[in-house]
Design a protein around this ligand. Structure first.
Ligand code: AMP
Length: 146
């Protein structure tokens, strides 16, 4: 998908917001939702989305929605640090299929990193699926720090 196009009401994050498919939720407020990535690039890999914006990418994002999402990115990044003690935290966001975007509802990735682990953001949405029980236990650990 290119940078231009229509918002797909049935994209996977829209379905999570409607409660039509499950997600391991970490945090939510009136405007934003944070949940664990189903194909994590590291332990604690989280995603943050707006609940109301239908921006597909950052070029379309309302400033207000962007500010709300970034507030939650910071909050969750701090909780991940408290819970998991990473050596670094990678925050990433992709715009358009050619940049690696696979879900077209704007989102930020928060990826804890540890010394000795991979550097940079390798191909994502391609790795192994996480064990659901492990994700749920991890979410409890992170939520305890929010
Ligand atoms: P992007 O390629 O930047 O659009 O990232 C989309 C991310 O969403 C990838 O890291 C996927 O692993 C993740 N993802 C896709 N479906 C789900 C889902 N049902 N629950 C949680 N994460 C998902």
């Amino acid at each position: 998908m290119s940078l231009d196009g229509d918002y797909d009401q049935a994209n996977v994050f829209a379905l999570i917001l409607k409660g039509q498919i499950p997600a391991v939720r970490l945090y939510e407020d009136e405007h934003t939702l944070a949940f664990l990535d189903i194909q994590p690039q590291s332990k604690g890999h989280s995603l943050v989305i707006s609940k109301w914006s239908q921006a597909r990418n950052i070029l379309e994002m309302e400033d207000e929605a962007l500010a709300q999402v970034m507030g939650t990115v910071k909050k969750v990044a701090r909780a991940l640090r408290q819970a998991l003690n990473p050596d670094g935290i990678h925050i990433a966001q992709f715009n358009g299929a050619h940049a690696g975007q696979t879900v077209f509802h704007l989102h930020f990735h928060i990826v804890p990193r540890w010394a000795g682990g991979p550097l940079g953001f390798s191909a994502h949405a391609q790795g192994a699926f996480a064990d659901q029980a492990e994700l749920k236990a991890l979410a409890e650990q992170v939520r305890a720090n929010l």
